[in-house]
Ligand binder design. Sequence first.
Ligand code: B12
Ligand code: SF4
Length: 537
Amino acid sequence: MPRTESCPELAEWEIEPLMASDELQLAGPAPRIALISPYGDISSVGLRLVASCLKRAGFEVRMIFLPISSLESRGDVPSDAYFYPKRVLEQVAQQCIGSLFIGISFMTNYYDRTRQLCRFLRDNLGIPVVLGGVHPTLMPQECAPFADYLCIGEGEEAATELALHLAQDGECGQIKNIWPTSDGLPVRGPLRPLVHNLDLLPFPDYDLLDDYVLLEDELVRMTPDLLRFFLREGPVKSVTGTAYYIMLTSRGCKFNCTYCCNTALKKKYPNQPWLRYRSPENIVEEITKAGEIMPFIGSIFFCDDSFLDRNVSELDRFAALYKERAKLPFFCLGTPYGITQEKMEILTDAGMRYIQVGIQTGSPRTTRLYRRDISNDKLLAVTDVIHKFSDRILPPRYDVIVDNPFETSRDVAETVRLLSRIKRPYFIQYFCLTLLPETELLRLAQEDGLIADMITQVYRKQLFYKRKTYLNCLLYLFNTPIPPVLIRYLAARPFRFLFDRRWFELTMGLVVRVRKRIFGAPGEGIKGLVGSRSPSH
Ligand code: B12
Ligand code: SF4
């Protein structure tokens, strides 16, 4: 089946071919490039893809992973932990000496750490620093003061072209997607077309030839054992129990939720198909290769925004190949729009053992605010479909957004009512709403005067700390054996009138603090309450 089936617009789109790889090839000795990932999870697919392309072009690449893992996995990061100790910075700098450039990837809530790293490395090494990833793409003007180059959007070809230019004559020239900085400002340039045929890209680099990882506050050589450890300790460890391999089988999403930066990113490419899928053959080949390098991988986690939004025939083809050649249990994220009984049949038969779906809210008003075109009845129908597979999959996770400043207590009570109608077993994962840069919801919040300081209210937002309001506490009860009907009853107006008050929140806050003092870090139950893993759709 042609690659265009799931995305018919591709047929009409005149695709600029990916540069032939010999065009992006280094002549002469191989300079080294340092690539740094500040994330808690060391998968860093984007950065590993860039590494593969640089290696393919003939460069040596040293990857440095800097998770502040023990703190992050507790979901308990104090704000000063968003900075690396000087000792760590010095070790990182040591490993970057002699690099042609230092590339760093980062998302919005890694802003503090990344800025700190950049400043230290630029001040002490004088090597150009290149920033890429979601945040520099969305906020170039803000990143420019602490970088030499910004990669806007996809970086595989752009980073390779930049490396070739710097290696040849030390000059950048005009490279599409690479914006140099001057006097702390980005020098804007053209963007290259999106990579339409994702099958042409190499697979993320895991060859471990020259990788380092932060273990507590020591930068050590990455070994197969450490890689296994970090892949096992990732965000769905409680579900998988094995080392798992994060994969992206597509790019983009066809929906336009107002809180999601996907919507902002796609606006940069108004005339191009944003949603692109890899072919099943290419996906299975990546898994096979990954298994050869990392035989300890016990499961696959498809982190796509739109894994299940493929059509049935494409999923069928994927499933047949997966069963034949990959054979590992797999997990995936899904939008509620894409889930049907037929697709669940196909995927569970192929090895799907877990699914995470974004419910987000039960309030029709908030659903409209989020511009999600889905009714509560449809959401319930989706959960019913998933429930039919409860003998074949682990309890699903449903994501719900809390602490939305636009919501009233009535909106949250509607979410309680919706959740009370979902058939058990399941696990509800709560995420505090983060008003990400360039999203429509942030704009609305700014218009309403709700954001006084982006750094503290957005970039340093403790995604894991949800307010201890009466209704949030009721929401938490869905993850306990308490009957849903009772929880729904407790969300009725008279109870809200009595308890949904500031005194309740203050008292609960105190109780939680005392509990922490006495019993230490929160257990899994509290983590569930505050949400410590990646949201789905
Ligand atoms: C996989 C994924 C995860 C995984 C793995 C993350 C990781 N460390 O690798 C997990 C599940 C762990 C995760 C967790 C989180 N995630 Co996440 N995640 C994603 C997801 C679905 C895919 C990311 C990806 O690999 N994309 C594919 C690659 C190819 O694209 P890319 O990363 O943008 O990289 C390309 C370019 O940006 C560029 N590039 C990137 N880095 C660099 C560096 C250089 C030097 C250069 C030149 C170029 C370059 O080149 C790459 C190739 O083209 C995205 C959504 C999305 N579709 O992108 C969300 C997303 C990145 N996650 C997001 C968030 C908020 C989180 C969490 C903070 C959520 C939470 N509360 O738990 C956590 C924290 C992360 C952590 N602790 O590591 C947000 C970030 C929003 C923002 N403005 O920053 C996103 C965009 C989701 C969303 N729509 O809101 N996530
Ligand atoms: S939240 Fe999910 S469904 Fe909505 S636009 Fe973002 S990626 Fe798409």
